[in-house]
Ligand binder design. Structure first.
Ligand code: S3P
Length: 442
């Protein structure tokens, strides 16, 4: 899957002034990936509803099938997984193509490091440039045979190694690295601990607990104890907060009277840093009907148009909003005064260099900004048009493409957003949902 299947290469977005109505965002990407991996290792049948049938998650689904896990998909969002047990996976016999999906590649590296067969993981042009040593290094410390090529994929994993529990101090607050180590830790000869420099998303820990695995988090330290078995699960995946983020900002910039209602949004506190940041900028976001869906909190969000004021974003919130910075940059460009984002150097190694890609887009659209090594300083324009019009390159990054589509609410002229096919990696029907609330995308 090196070429995305979506035929849409560019978005032509006409300026609009308002959004309105109710929308539902697709299932959470992080949880959907994990549901396939853990259900595959479990004993018995697992049933996942609300699954995100996006290119990234389908890469994981195809990989798990290739590793011998029977998976049926009665409908796009409904998946039945016949778990093969902790020791039931079989070698694929060919390289596993993870497409654009960093989460799939990093988590599977951890899982495959503990198997008794060899594996090779590859991906698309963007994924083949992303850092993999951050995962390989701790896995090697556990005794695994994991090789990268100058730090990047292909990742080659030698099977048949006996893994040892480690106590690892992780240099970056990465949920992917943490999760890869926890997955390998399921097979270790003792407990495995990961200590992080800051909190990151905890979906793996929650789902492992649901599958009957003993996982203990004390402050920034998480420990997994190797289980005898994983239990199958029935899981309803909540809507992806990261997909909701585009519409949260759209609502703040232009919700009609009555607000914009976003239903069934995952509200795991390790994911909702953007809410805190936007609220401290003056956002009016009402949390309605807060409830639990399986191991995860969920709510509906009513977003009202709000004047925003620039802030210095606390660096403690960066890992809790790591995927939301492209659209936060758009909000900041529409706020009064200056917004300063620092401590976000991880943005440079996402699906694109998001600091550079947003900076180039801002230059094209006339937004005053200063690119910093670890963030950006943005001078907002709250009145009139924060953005001119013109052409923006998304650099094949789904979140850059969707963020600039939201900018159309404050654009003077049409926006032509290039290279948007990868929107299908996380939000296949973005165009339909966006049009449904009033954005004008073609
Ligand atoms: C993810 C973790 C984050 C995030 C990515 C999904 C996950 O990456 O950016 O989109 O599902 O664990 P890092 O772990 O590299 O911060």
């Amino acid at each position: 899957m090196t070429a995305p299947s979506s035929p849409v290469r560019d978005f032509l977005v006409q300026p609009v002034r308002q959004v309105s109505g109710t929308l539902t965002v697709p299932g959470d990407k992080s949880i959907s990936h994990r549901s396939l991996m853990l259900s595959g290792l479990a004993e018995g049948l697992s049933e996942v509803t609300g699954f995100l049938a996006s290119e990234d998650c389908l890469a994981t689904l195809n990989a798990m099938r290739a590793l011998g896990v029977p998976i049926e998909q009665p409908s796009a969002t409904h998946v039945l997984i016949q778990g093969v047990g902790l020791h039931g996976l079989k070698g694929a016999g060919h390289p596993l193509d993870m497409g654009n999906a960093g989460t799939a590649m990093r988590l599977l590296t951890g899982l495959l490091a503990a198997q008794n067969f060899d594996s090779r993981l590859v991906g698309d042009g963007s994924l083949m440039k992303r850092p993999m040593e951050r995962v390989a290094k701790p896995l090697r410390a556990m005794g695994a045979d994991v090789r990268t090529h100058a730090g990047t994929p292909p990742v080659d994993i030698g099977g048949g190694r006996r893994l040892h529990g480690i106590d690892y101090a992780m240099p970056v607050a990465s949920a992917q690295v943490k999760s890869a180590i926890l997955l390998a830790g399921l097979y270790a000869d003792g407990a495995t601990s990961v200590t992080a420099p800051a909190v990151s998303r905890d979906h793996s820990e929650r789902m492992l607990l649901s599958c009957g695995v003993r996982v203990v988090t004390l402050g920034l330290r998480t420990t997994v104890f190797p289980p005898q078995r994983l239990l199958g699960q029935r899981l309803n995946v909540p809507g992806d907060f990261s997909s909701a983020a585009f519409f949260i900002v759209a609502g703040l910039l232009g919700a009609a009277e009555g607000g914009l209602l976003i239903q069934n949004v995952g509200m795991n506190p390790t994911r909702t840093g953007l809410m805190d940041i936007l609220r401290s900028m003056g956002a009016d976001i009402e949390i309605r009907d807060a409830r639990e869906s399986g191991a995860e909190p969920v709510a509906d969000l009513l977003v009202r148009a709000s004047p925003l004021a620039g802030i210095e974003v606390p660096s403690s919130l960066v890992p809790l909003a790591i995927d939301e910075f492209p659209v936060l940059f758009i909000a900041a460009a529409c706020a009064s005064g200056e917004t300063l984002i620092t401590g976000a150097e991880e943005l440079r190694v996402k699906e694109s260099d998001r600091i550079a890609a947003m900076g180039a887009g801002f230059t094209a659209l006339g937004v005053a900004h200063e690119v910093l090594p670890d963030g950006m300083r943005i001078a907002g324009r709250p009145d009139g048009y924060a953005f001119g019009g013109g052409e923006i390159d998304s650099h094949g990054d789904h979140r850059i493409a969707m963020a600039f589509a939201v900018a159309s609410l404050r654009a003077a002229k049409p926006l032509l957003i290039r290279d948007v096919a990868n929107v299908a990696t996380s939000f296949p029907d973005f165009v339909g949902v966006a049009r449904g609330v009033g954005l004008d995308l073609a």
